[in-house]
Design a protein around this ligand. Structure first.
Ligand code: HEC
Length: 85
């Protein structure tokens, strides 16, 4: 899985994707989005082009299919909110 592997997302967003406030990396599972409307397309924007120069832009580092895959993955994380309760 790219999130925990060569994508390195876990480094800032933590392995469970709940974020690390020390570096300002947001919780990706709470369904609350700083950018966009939480759709897979908005995920793609965040991941491909980066945010505020902190979340790295991944175009050129990951293939487009990989970025699409991880966009859906992050989207799916947020969709589990509420369903568990
Ligand atoms: C160097 C640390 C770092 C890494 C590595 C990183 N991020 Fe981030 N990410 C951040 C920070 C910090 C923000 C918040 C930016 C802001 O507040 O402007 C963020 C924001 C985001 C957002 C937008 C969240 C929202 O609420 O709109 C998404 C989606 C995201 N990251 C996904 C990823 C994915 C997927 C990866 C791996 C491919 C990744 N990030 C790797 C630090 C990181």
């Amino acid at each position: 899985m790219i999130f925990h592997g060569n994508g390195g997302c876990y480094d800032c967003h933590t392995a469970d994707a709940k974020g690390d406030s020390a570096i300002g990396a947001p919780d990706l599972t709470d369904g609350i989005w700083l950018y966009g409307d939480g759709s897979p397309a908005a995920m793609f924007e965040s991941i491909a082009y980066g945010r505020q120069g902190i979340c790295p832009a991944w175009t050129g580092k990951l293939s487009l299919p990989a970025i699409r895959e991880i966009s859906i993955f992050v989207y799916s994380l947020s969709q589990n909110v509420g369903r568990k309760k």
